[in-house]
Design a protein. Sequence first.
Length: 496
Amino acid sequence: MKDRQAHLRSDVGEVGDISPKVFREELHRLADWIADYRENISEQRIAPNDEPGAILAQLDAAAPETAAPLDEIFADVERVIVPGVTHWAHPQFMSYFGCTTTSPGILAEMITGALNVNAMTWRTAPAATELETLVLDWLRQWLHLPNDFTGVVYDTASISTMHALATAREQAAPNTRKLGLSGRNLPTFRIYTSDQAHSSVEKGAIAIGIGEDNVQRVRTDAEFRIDVSALRETIASDLRKNFKPLAVVATVGTTSTASVDPIPEIVQICREHKIWLHIDGAYGAGLALLPECKWVTAGWNEADSIVINPHKMLFVPLDFSALYLRDIARLRRLFTLVPEYLHLRDPVGAEINYMDFGVQLGRRFRALKAWIVWRAFGREGLAARIRDHLRLAKLFASWLRDDVRFELWAPVVMGVVCFRFKAGDDELKMDLINSKIVEGINASGRAYLTQTKLHGRTVMRIGLGNVLTAEEHLRNVWKMIQRTADEVDRAVGAQN
């Protein structure tokens, strides 16, 4: 009887969906909730201080047997879920690469959810396929890539890089798709990247059977760019040991410092040794939209592949990663495998089935959100917002220079600033203090930073990329850093 009463109180009948009337009411209420959340997000605590398991402890562990009313479900969202997430879109969240949430992006995700199409073939979603082709060409033009580069959309740069490396492997060891790597008397392949590059290079090497130990991390220079002479020496040493150089992964916008590897010089090495050149521009490639930053594209037209994540700098909601290859047919030959139930005759001109360009069969309609966001802002609007984040980064760097207790630890190339509090000569003590400053700020719930290691030392790091972040928010965070540094310095000093 109790279960029956609970069922009657729900919004869902025994069969079918909730009624159109209830759905419309809840949709309007949700729209207001989203707008209120977005407008008042600065009042939210950025991150919870809960212990692991605190969220689960507030939720019913038993799988639901009967339907619950939407009022009750949404009440739990407000009570448990919202306080239990890190609010990346908060204007004083300055961690990682900043949050690219925008109002047009949120609207686009709602439409995508309503349509819920599977963009695996042209036939299953003609608009999804053709829109993906369109937005990829828009982005190719903005990146100043020549026409022989063609793209495909994945979820993240880790997956994009894995597919690029798999294509490089197939070129170096033909028929690996069919025969695999074992029992073929193949050489041991090597992949080269800088000591600042993303861990996705090792993950890609694991996934394609090369092995993480065969990723050679090359030292960087004083500006955290790959040392070209060290790269040459490493390749030469591997050749003497009968290793086979497979690929170089150069980075445009490294994770810690946003440094840019010297691509034109790396191109020369790759061409000399017939090595695949993949450019990881997941973050930094977006800088190409600014005419004054076209310098960042030097050498790109000579690469074999390049990845960019528009969800990092170009205001497309997570997740959206674009991989471009010169002669993308190589990628298609590697991954095309059509099951019998998809052998349907497509009309002339429908030769693009994006499921053929990767491991994934089912694919989200990601292109829609890029199309909506980029039309809503235009290249000029995107560039203006990126330009403002660069301005804020340089402004923050100027504040650091004016305070003798702090020092910059990397050139400010993009919207990333790495810095260190230094109030003495004991480097280990300063490492501890810098780490505790970040921990203290994040625990406050009013700002959020990250820390990283540069030249073996702990440094603080901010990343700017949120359209809601204004100069006042940056100044608030700077004052908090100064105040927290004083408090931590005194507390650590008192312990010694």
